[in-house]
Design a protein. Structure first.
Length: 128
């Protein structure tokens, strides 16, 4: 995927988060925002899947462990959804891990439990 397309999708993702937050407000469960975002992406003709499984390999061997990405947009951008008062460092580690394990370049950690959604969105870039 070229840089311009990443930037275009990133803008759409942030705008979609804004619309979902405006419509639902803070305070719901993570799954509510996950399904609302999926619908928002569908309305925008953006391909997105939820709970995408990512396997953990070690030295080329499948360990049997897998992780679930909340939303994967256009098979390129990882979105991890939270709904909490405090963003713990483990959430940052989680999104970084998902980016590395899935070999994706861009991700967003989105906390919907904020008065202003712009304060709840953090962008991550995986340089490999």
């Amino acid at each position: 995927m070229i840089k311009d397309r990443y930037n275009e999708l990133a803008t759409e993702i942030v705008d979609a988060c804004f619309h979902v937050h405006k419509e639902l407000g803070p305070g719901l469960l993570e799954s509510a925002y996950e399904f609302a975002l999926l619908k928002e992406f569908e309305l925008r003709n953006i391909i997105a899947y939820n709970q995408v499984q990512v396997k953990l390999f070690y030295k080329g061997y499948d360990t049997g462990k897998h992780y679930a990405i909340d939303i994967l947009v256009e098979n390129e951008i990882v979105i991890e959804i939270k709904c909490c008062d405090v963003m713990h460092p483990v959430y940052t580690a989680q999104i970084i891990s998902y980016l590395k394990l899935s070999q994706k370049k861009l991700g967003f950690l989105v906390n919907f439990h904020v008065p202003l959604i712009k304060d709840g969105i953090k962008r991550f870039v995986n340089e490999f």
